[in-house]
Structure formats: C-alpha cells, structure tokens
Design a protein around this ligand. Sequence first.
Ligand code: PEP
Ligand code: MG
Length: 906
Amino acid sequence: MASVVNERPDTQTTDDRYVFRFGGGCTDGEAGNKNLLGGKGANLAEMASIGLPVPPGFTISTAMCARYYEEGEHFPDSLRAEVAAGIAHIEGLTGHRFGDPADPLLVSVRSGARVSMPGMMDTVLNLGLNDETVEGLARAADDERFAWDSYRRFIQMYADVVLELDHGAFEEALEVAKEDRGLTLDTELSPADLKELVAEYQRLVRDQWGKPFPQDVHDQLWGAVGAVFGSWQSDRARVYRRLHDIPADWGTAVNVQAMVFGNMGDTSATGVAFTRDPAKGAHAYYGEFLINAQGEDVVAGIRTPQYLTRAAREEAGAKASSMEEAMPQVYGELASVFDRLETHYRDMQDIEFTVEKTKLWMLQTRSGKRTAKAALKIAVDMANEGLISREEAIGRIDPASLDQLLHPTLDPKAPRDVLTKGLPASPGAACGVVVFNADTAEKRAAAGEAVILVRTETSPEDIHGMHAARGILTARGGMTSHAAVVARGMGRPCVSGAGSLSIDMKERVARCGAGASWREVKEGDLLTIDGATGEVMIGEVPTVLPELSGDFRTLMAWADASRRLKVRANAETPADCRVARDFGAEGVGLCRTEHMFFDAARITAVRQMILANDEAGRRAALDKLLPEQRADFVGILEVMAGLPVTIRLLDPPLHEFLPHEEAEFAEVAKATGLDVEALRRRAAELHEFNPMLGHRGCRLGVTYPEIYEMQARAIFEAAIDVAERGEAPVPEVMIPLVATRREVELMKALIDRTAQAVFAERGRGVDYLVGTMIELPRAALKAGEIAETAEFFSFGTNDLTQTTLGVSRDDAARFLGAYVEQGIYSKDPFVSLDIDGVGELVELAAERGRTARPGIKLGICGEHGGDPASIAFCERIGLDYVSASPYRVPIARLAAAQAAMRKPAM
Ligand code: PEP
Ligand code: MG
C-alpha cells in the first residue's frame, strides 16, 4: 500500500515554503517527494520535470495541512502571498488571468495525500467561473454552450464537495431540465437551457447554504483549499486511514492546476488509462476515453466510454471507434508517454489525460492498483524485460494478496441460474446474502454472515461496507469506476455496471429484466457473483480449486531461492496435507490429533475412554481407537513422505468430547455397559470452570499416560508401515502445553519407551524426534531447562498470546476491536504477533533453548505462522520454520522471502 512512498525523513524543506510550482518544463524542486507534495503533486511535478505535457499549476504541501490544524483551521498570512505567486505562475504560462472577465483562467483544485485516499475531497473543476467570467469564457472559446455547461458543472461540484450541500437536489434539477424539454442527454441542453439551469443551481445554493454562490474567484479558491484540508479529518477519511494503517499526521496536499478542456468539441476528449491491463496484467495499454467530455464523465458511468485501443474494442465486439482509430495521432503521442512513464517509474501506471483541441495533456499518473493475478504477471514480465530485478519483483507482491489466487473459483460444470451480466471488474467468486447499503454490510458481516454489497454505484462513503463484503455488485459504472478500482485494490470480487439491474433502495430490492424474464432479489437473498466473467447468479454456485498460473510458479520459485525460513503447514488430514504439499509446504508443523477424535465413527469410543472410571476401562476404549489413529497417521505420513511431520499429542480439555444429548449418553451407555445416570455423574465430575487453563495439554498425559502411550504407539506403528512401503517418514512427536522440565522428562520417557517397544515388536525402527510446544510463559522462561530434554520447540503462539496477555482467545473478539481502535494493540494480537510482548518471550526462549541445545530445531505453529509481519519477526530471530494453514503456505513462502531480503546483513 505505502510501498510507493518516496521515503523522506519529514515533510519540511530547508526554507519555509509551502507552495511548489510546476509546469512549463520545470518545477520548484522537490519533484517526486510524496511526503511533502502528496502522491498526485509529486507525480505532476515529476512529469513536468521530465518534459511531459502537464498543465501548469502548484501544490500546497502536506506540511501546510499539519500547520492548518495546529493553528485552529486557519491559514497563515504568508500562504496568501505564496498562493498569489502560484496563480501568477499559471497566468504567466497560460496567458489567461484568474478572474479576468474577458478571458479568465480556470483552475482545478484536488486533494493529494501521500497515498491515494478515497474519502478525501476529490476534485473541483472549472474554478474561476462566475456570472461575469462565464461570458468572457464564452467569447474567448467562441462557444457559449461550453462556457455555460462548464459553469453549471462548477456550481454543482462546488456545492457538493466544498459546500457539502445535498447533491441529489442538483441532479434532480438537471433531470427536470431535460425532462421539461423532452431531452435525454446533457449535451442536448442549449445555452439558454443551461443559463436557466445555472440560475436554478444558484437558487438551490442560496436556499441550502443561506448565502449566494461565491462570485469572488479568490473566495472560491480559498473555499476549495479549505475544503481539501477539512476533508482530511472527515469520517470517511478517518475510516480509510484506520483500515489502511495511514497515520493521521501525514496530512494532505492541495493541487491547483490550470484547467484543460476535454469538452471543447470533437477534437477534444478525456480518458483514464493503465499502461498494462490491471485485471490480468497483459502488456497492453488499457483504458477508456470519451470524446467531448470532462474527466468525471468517464468515471461516473453516465455515458458509456469507448476503448483506447483497437484490439480491446475488437475483443469486446464494440462498435464505437477506439481512440487509436478516432484520434490516431494523439493516440500515438499518448502511447509514447505511457512508455516513458513506465521506464521512468519502473512500474505500471494509472493515468488520467485530456485532449484539448488535439493537444494532449497529462493530468495524473500514479502506480496503478491491480489484481493479484495482474501484479504477478506484471512483476514477472518486468523482471524478464529487465525493467526491475527479480528481488524487486518479489518485493512488489503483497503476500496477503495471493489469497485472491489461492481461493476457489466457480465450478465451471455446476449449474448456474444467471440473473444478469455486468463487467468483470475484479476477479474471484463470491457468494453471500444481498445487502443494499454499506452499514448493513458491515453489521451483517460482523455477525458472521457472508454478504454481497449491491449498489447502483459506490462512492467513498461505502468503503467500510465494501471492506466487510465478500463481493460487490453495481448497476452502473465501468472498469475504472469507483467500485471497480477500490474492489481490485482490496482484492474483493466485483461485478460492475450490471445495467439491467435497477435498485430500489426504499423497498430494498433489486429488479432485473422485463415481462416474462422479470426477476427480483430481496435483501437477504443469496447471490453469487463471478468477478472474472461478470456473471451474477441467484443462489449459491459450488466452487473448485484455482489453477495456478505460470507466473505464480515463476515468482514463487524466485522467492524460494531468496528465502531461508522453511514453510510447513498445519494440517490434520491427508487431503489437507495434499493441498499443503501442492502449495509448496516442506512438512507438517502441526498435526492436531484431537480433530480425529471427533469423527462420528470413533466419538463413542473416545467418550467411553473419557468416562471410564479406571485405567482398565480407558485402555479398553483406547484399544478400539489405536487402529483408527494408526490409519490416520499412515495416510498423513504417506502424503508427506520424505518430509518432517510434527504430530501433537492430545491437547484439548476432555470435556470437549463429552456427550450432550440424551441419545449420545444412551449410545455410550450401550457401548460400556454402564448406566446413563453413572455416566452423567462422571460427566459432571469432569466439568471445569476454566477449561483453557484446566485439565488439558500434557496434563492429560501426566494423569492418563495410557492416552499418550496409545497415540505414540499409533505414530510409530504407522511410521514403520509407511517406511516398509517406501520413503521413510520423519515423525516429530510434540508434547503440548508444558510448563516445566519434569513434564517433558516424564512424557519423553513414555514416548521413548513406547518407541522401543514398537521397534522391538516390529524388528525395525525409524528416526524420530520428541519435542515440545512453547505456549506458556513459564515454558518460555525455563526454555533452557526444557531444551535439555526436548529436541525441538514449536511456538504455539495462540496459547502463548492468550496466556501472556491474559486474554481468552475465545472471548477476545468482544473487546479487542476497541483495543485496536484506541491503539492499545496496533493489530489484533491473535492475528499478528504482539512482537513487543509475546515476541520478547519467543525470542528469549529461542535464545535459552539454543544455548542449552545448540542447533535445536525451532518453529512456530500458531496462527501467526501465516502472517507476513509475524513471519518477518521469525526471520529476524532466526527460527527454522513457520507453519501455516495450507492456503496460507504460498503467502508464508513469499513473506519469508521478503523478510530475508529485508533483513539487514549481520
Ligand atoms: C497454539 O496454541 O498456538 C497452537 C498452535 O495450538 P492450538 O491452537 O491447537 O491451541
Ligand atoms: Mg495451543
């Protein structure tokens, strides 16, 4: 996210300047300094400095944003002079004067934080128009319609984003103006119609704001600048910052720039483009443009944009000519600008441009958001093209984004009830219940439901709902609409512009089609979307595992070559192990045996074992379980042949397996010959007040050694079975929840005794290790003593977090959100390791373990083993491996490579 930020120590320059000019082939310096000029300003200045056609302008730096807030939302007087000099700079280069009734300079005002930030005030265009200058513009441009259309757009935008008036009223006035005259397109309104509309807009401003629309162009400018800084503290911006870890003190810059007009007739146009395909990554220009239009028309989805290239138009089967065909010369210039930008920035760029009467102007460039699939292809292609190194290619992929590629897609063979089709805006399949607004999406998702957010179009207010949703569906908007861009950035599947849908917010229903094919979808109905094809289906469609592309394999191979940490998987069935191995797992770091006990075929024997009154009763039940456990381990060891497999002995409190229902008690009674009442009494005896700190982990093995003995026997018998058939397995027997050296000594002796017994019976042995989990603070502190017996440590950071923080892992969700929000923990410590606290214990235990037993094998198997920040910590303290759930194995491989590359040389 923040990877493109040009690192500077702070936002100050050596002098006290706050305004930095660009244009006319030069800049005031600081080009490319995103911390000071914000992303947009830094890139405008940089484009100007390499000689690209950028309308002249200036940037008020992010440092002013901080000062503005420090000084109680006021501007220092010195800024007025600097801004006046900035305006004079634009006037000098354009030959137009700001506020000149005869030939006015018009400017745009835009926000620009260090990273692109939805939620901020976006753009005001055509600033500088008033009742007088509009006449001057009409004369100077010799186009009355253009001038009055620009004025009505300016009032509408200013009222919306600066004055924050109800924009619905302005849209309605526009609709009424068209309806009254029997027109359908905005462009059909005559100059006289537009003048009336402007008068109506001014009336609306006066009614809603209580003051007339500002006629002084300087007041307009300062109003817009203040609105940009004000929007930094808007609720939407705060939500976005929280979701993306953006510090509040970064502030935003303001960019003021000469207007250029894409709406000056058929030799003018405006468009947005990517230097490569942001959805699939192909090395082909990608974008949309509109002839005779202003920028917001492309993203607003009101008119259907045309393709940039002929190839894209042909592929889509569209009729309206592409820019390559309609404006070949300007297209040629644009293509060469794309190439220069890519060579300069060494990354795929997302661009906005305008053509004013055949003259090309660049309005913006930035690193383009892309899907994970595109990110992989672009990184691999750029490394192969020699534009970036392989290390840079590895560093360009956000490990968490791989999730998008690893998760299932729709089963192509499954029947589907297609409701409609929109644009394939962001790939991946998602199914969930339909909701029609962002707040409901957030609420229902927080309650554990999968939701699909369905909107006519999305806006920055919807960000929190988009984040909470599994997928996003919009009725309007193209591939570059807000929904499409944001969804791709978040990795949410998205179908945009499903034009046949009409959404009735009052009734909370989406309607589609007409006549016999009329359908409706109500809030709460299940819907599936396929962001790769644009299909929208009623109900749930089954999914299949994705096929991983060649680029994925290439990049992962590069990552593997750069990584030191091994990556294992937490897996407990042969099927999970197969997935993990296919994703590149180099062993099993945690096989939790208790899940096997829940199997319907064995639960009665398990209950019989738990409820037995004595050892003989337990042994009788364990004898039934032994062959089943052995078969489990055979399956796993076979799939993981040749690789280490850490099998953890039984861990959870026994009461978890107890019967609850009448019928279950009856079944156990039948199997044991005991009466139901006696069983019930025994079950009551096993009740614990605090089972997480109760009779669990190795405490089970200490009190009922026959349980661990059975499990150890099953492991060694299975290992020998597999070894006899082929490649030798490498079992690592792991003791859970130890606190003391003596526990480990007792359990290891039991395991070794069992191994020797099995080896004697079978006439052969296998290599194995006995180690322990470190998941209690005492174990971490006494790791030196424990390592004298334990041959390996695996950090169980789920329990270690729970016991170090004294926070129940099962109850934390109720209050941890508030903790993270108030910065008590920077992230959920059960998701991303609390490096400061729990991490210190891990580091200390690793050191003490290594001192006692040099070369002791060290790994981590808590959920943190799949979290990139925690993996970086594991790399720093020199663990041998991390273990993650099968689908996170590739994420861990990449994160481990990035961590190794970032680690400073010792
Ligand atoms: C742990 O505590 O981190 C661990 C891996 O064990 P479990 O989650 O099964 O308690
Ligand atoms: Mg644990």
